[in-house]
Design a protein around this ligand. Structure first.
Ligand SMILES: Cc1ncc(COP(=O)(O)O)c(C=O)c1O
Length: 311
């Protein structure tokens, strides 16, 4: 179940356009508009095991970002926050899977073709599947090997990175494939100014002399929900935090580097382009991982407001 690619193991239900439908019936026509032009916005959310059953982590923050992605793209969203929240919880309960990755997606449907999708109907679905740590459990433990991509992160003058639009992931896939085919685990994308932006599906953080930093939203990143959680953990650990740009060289001279994301969790980076990072131990990453683990599994009242339970 580890790793970037996973074979989908069908569950029973998918939520689609307002109701639960059997997994195999959640189909679209091959001439669906969003499939042709990448006009789809989506989310990645996780639910985890807690003492009170399955809990979805930061559900509202993800759904708000989902609605905002649609707004950026003038996509008419036929469901409001409350409906999407209920739909997500109903789906988790119906499938009876406690730990899973959840994928809301909204896309322009079948009927019209052409490049102004505002006349299209919006279809909305939520799928879920079981998915281990995106960069592997061994990666979370021992760190992953990263390379700086030759592909620049697209910027907001071409595709707005703060909208989680399917089209953005063509840029991500180019970087990911390049990294994997060169023997690395993951890519780091610079922005058009040559400053560090993010991974193909993760934000990035750096630790230097005990100060934790991450590139600002203006560097051309998706504002990660995990990034936001980690910023809170850094404060709660009493560590200094800065939201600032850093350069490619500063990757190499970091004491610790790590990716954050719903799929990847908090995954340390042990090497960038053949340069080992820091001492190879991750003292600050370990503290943040411990807080994250406690938060998602409901083991601390500190972050209890971030969990939504099914009933
Ligand atoms: C490009 C990109 N950056 C960052 C992230 C991390 O965001 P989050 O922590 O909300 O999952 C993701 C994952 O959604 C992503 O696709």
């Amino acid at each position: 179940m580890d790793g970037s690619m996973v074979d989908l193991k069908p569950l029973r239900w998918i939520w689609m356009d307002g109701k639960l439908v059997p997994w195999d019936d959640a189909q679209v026509h091959v001439l669906t508009h969003g499939l042709h032009y990448g006009y789809a916005v989506f989310e990645g959310i996780r639910c985890h095991r807690t003492d009170r059953g399955s809990a979805v982590f930061r559900l509202d923050e993800h759904l708000v970002r989902f609605l905002e992605s649609a707004r950026i793209y003038r996509m008419k969203m036929p469901f409001d926050l409350a409906t999407l929240r209920r739909a997500t919880l109903d789906l988790v309960a119906a499938n009876g899977v406690i730990e899973a990755y959840l994928r809301p997606i909204a896309f322009s449907g079948y009927g019209q073709m052409g490049l102004d999708p505002t006349q299209s109907t919006t279809r909305v679905a939520i799928g879920m599947w079981e998915w281990g740590a995106y960069l592997g459990a061994a990666g979370v433990e021992n760190g992953v090997r990263a390379t700086v991509s030759s592909w620049a992160r697209m910027d907001s003058r071409s595709l707005p990175p703060q909208a989680k639009c399917a089209a953005n992931y063509a840029n991500s896939a180019l970087a990911k494939m390049e990294a994997v085919h060169a023997g690395y685990d993951e890519a780091i994308l610079l922005n058009a100014q040559g400053l560090v932006a993010e991974g193909p599906g993760e934000n990035i953080f750096r630790v230097k002399h005990g100060v934790v930093s991450t590139p600002p939203a203006s560097s051309g990143i998706l504002r990660g929900v995990t990034r936001d959680s980690v910023i809170r953990f850094v404060a709660d650990e009493g560590l200094e935090f800065r939201r600032n740009d850093f350069t490619r060289e500063e990757l190499f001279t970091s004491d610790e580097l790590f990716y954050t994301g719903t799929a990847a969790g908090i995954t340390p980076i042990r090497e960038v382009d053949g340069r080992p990072i820091g001492s190879g131990s991750y003292p600050i990453v370990r503290r943040l991982q411990a807080r994250y683990d406690d938060a998602i599994h409901g083991r601390t009242p500190l972050y209890a407001e971030w969990l939504t339970y099914g009933s």
